[in-house]
Design a protein around this ligand. Sequence first.
Ligand code: NAD
Length: 447
Amino acid sequence: MRQGAIETSSDSTTTYDVNHGLRPEMPEGYVEWDAPMYREYQHYFDRLAQRIHLDPAVALRLRVPKRIVMVSVPARMDDGTLSLFQGYRVQHNTTLGPCKGGIRYSADVNLGEICLMAMLMTLKCALVGLPLGGAKGGVLCDPHRLSRDELQKITRRYTTEIIRVIGPDHDIPAPDMGTDADVMGWIMDTYSLAKGYAVPSVVTGKPIAIGGTHGREQATGVGVCYALRAAARHISFPFGEGARVIVQGFGNVGSHAARKIASMGSTVIGVSDMTGAVYHPAGLDLEAVREYLAQHRYLKGFPGGEALTNAELLEQPCDILIPAATSHQITEQNADKIQARVIAEGANAALSTGGSAMLEERGVVIIPDILANAGGVVTSYFEWVQGLQNFFWTERRVNSELQRVMDDAFERVYLVSQKERLGMRDASLAVACRRIEAAYQSRGLFP
Ligand code: NAD
């Protein structure tokens, strides 16, 4: 029997994964969208909404998701057993336009976190001026223990289960942790088969062969570096030549951020993945890291530096820290041990709001998630626009538009932070909320 599965029938080929939500073993947070991580953000949001005098009716609408869809996803595994996975799609807000947000495959997926991510997507889209609302989806599974065939089956069934709520005019998924361009291709194909014609614009982050855009894969990591460069124009900290950088997580966001920041002259002294960290104060050979990962899949055992735990890596002295793995890596528990001067939040909610406040109090500059990692959704938006127009841009155009949007967003946030004496996280939220508030007021609030 597969590890983590329980037998439920005399027919030994029929087993059900413990992740099946209807069982007593269902993980904590399976149905509670109001989970601790979400509640912590809500408290922070409530306080800030008062401080910036946000219309209370708008604040009320923004603090909860518009729609939560929970689905069971059965899939026949390679060994013939049947497993049942829990899937979610949360649509947070559609005031500015159709929902946009990634789909996450992870053994840690829970509804509270997905709801928080959906809310952050609403705020992120508003902050960078996109005509889009926020959503997030996820399937509770461990993609590292699944074959490509199994992943494809899960993806196709999950898509079928949420097909009524997604679409190019409703809700457009994209890759996130544990998903990639192939997964988007399978979603696009499943959706198109149901419609009877090709609908490339139902997803972004898909392969270029089926309407993906140049530059999407690296967009989030590269965008983090654009945000840092924009910050360095206003705030004094080492950037470029001589700056020492640590990157937590070496997946899509982390690996591209590390490569880009190294190409801007900085020295990457530490990186990590879920198996641990590698640290070299004189600078890591990122090409050797890439080759090692291509051969061994995980960083563990990489010989080009000292092996550390993920927690230890975060605490090493550096100029810039880019947490690009998962949420709540820096909280009130470890914030006092962080030695970075600037933190650019590559991962969504990589810092708890409490941990973030402690660091800002100490003078650490925080470039928050909804600003720092917006490059992904901005380029997804470019892909969506290109798909709707059937007119495709060059990589140069994608990159220059991305730089423009990231620079403008940073400038707007920085201006508000200076004018209203707000930290960068608060200022980002203020810019985003006011844009949504203006849209609500123009549309007329639904009572
Ligand atoms: P990914 O799956 O490509 O990579 C995740 C990386 O983090 C992997 O190297 C993994 O081994 C590592 N990791 C996972 N758990 C870890 C842990 N507990 N400690 C240390 N490392 C760990 O995912 P990604 O697409 O790079 O996304 C990373 C983060 O960035 C997520 O929070 C995601 O929501 C956010 N994000 C992604 C995009 C995007 O375009 N992919 C856009 C915006 C935000």
